[in-house]
Every structure is written in structure tokens, then in C-alpha cells.
Ligand binder design. Structure first.
Ligand SMILES: [Mg+2]
Length: 127
């Protein structure tokens, strides 16, 4: 993939309130949000048009789940930077996600510091 990477984070979660909560946490820290997507397919469409520094990816979503989206993202772009951000009880996917190239795995509900430190670590923000 040769397109230019846009600054910021793509937030992927099927729940609007979760996307909004994550957006607020990031924006408060001055970390730019590049966009939101509500399922894996929308995530891939977005990323294909406009690759981003980091994708925060939920697992359980309709249409296409986060594991399939992660696998496809890493095929589109072998350097795609992805942090999984999923509900409790999805721990069985941690190993799979790491094998597929996820950088980190955050379990919801999370503390905002956890998200911020994972995002900073993944994209090297010094804010
Ligand atoms: Mg979900």
C-alpha cells in the first residue's frame, strides 16, 4: 500500500456511545481522530481510501468482526497499526489477534489512561 498515511486514529466499534467515549478521551489528550467506523467492512473501506496511523478495533461487530477485519487490514497493509479494544470475555481472541499482528489488546471497560498509553505507544505520540 503506497497511499500517504493520515494522522490520527480510526475508531472502530459497532456502538456509537463507545466510539464517542473513545473519541472524547483521545481528543482531550490532543490525539487526532481520523474517523469512525461501525463494523469491519466500513473500517476496511475507510482504511483503503485513507490509511491512518492507528486503528482501534472492536471484536464483536455485525457485518464483519474485528478479527476478520484485522486479518484483512494486515493484508491490505502489512504495516497497519492496530490495537484491539474489546469487551470482557473476548480474551480467547488475544493470542489470535497478536498472531495476526495486533499491537495491543485493551479490555473494555477500560480506564482512559490505558487507552491513551496504548495509543501513544503504538503511534509514538509525545503529547
Ligand atoms: Mg462490539
Amino acid at each position: 500500500m503506497r497511499k500517504e498515511i493520515s494522522a490520527g486514529v480510526l475508531i472502530v466499534d459497532d456502538l456509537q456511545f463507545m466510539r464517542t467515549a473513545i473519541r472524547e478521551i483521545l481528543e482531550k489528550e490532543g490525539i487526532p481522530v481520523a474517523g469512525e467506523a461501525e463494523n469491519g467492512r466500513k473500517c476496511l473501506e475507510f482504511y483503503y481510501r485513507s490509511p491512518v496511523q492507528l486503528v482501534l478495533l472492536d471484536i464483536t461487530m455485525p457485518v464483519m468482526d474485528g478479527i476478520e477485519a484485522l486479518s484483512k487490514l494486515r493484508k491490505i497493509d502489512k504495516n497497519a497499526n492496530v490495537v484491539m479494544c474489546s469487551a470482557m470475555g473476548q480474551d480467547k481472541y488475544i493470542l489470535k489477534a497478536i498472531q495476526l499482528g495486533a499491537r495491543d489488546f485493551i479490555v473494555k471497560p477500560f480506564k482512559s489512561e490505558r487507552i491513551i498509553s496504548a495509543v501513544r505507544k503504538a503511534i509514538g505520540f509525545n503529547v
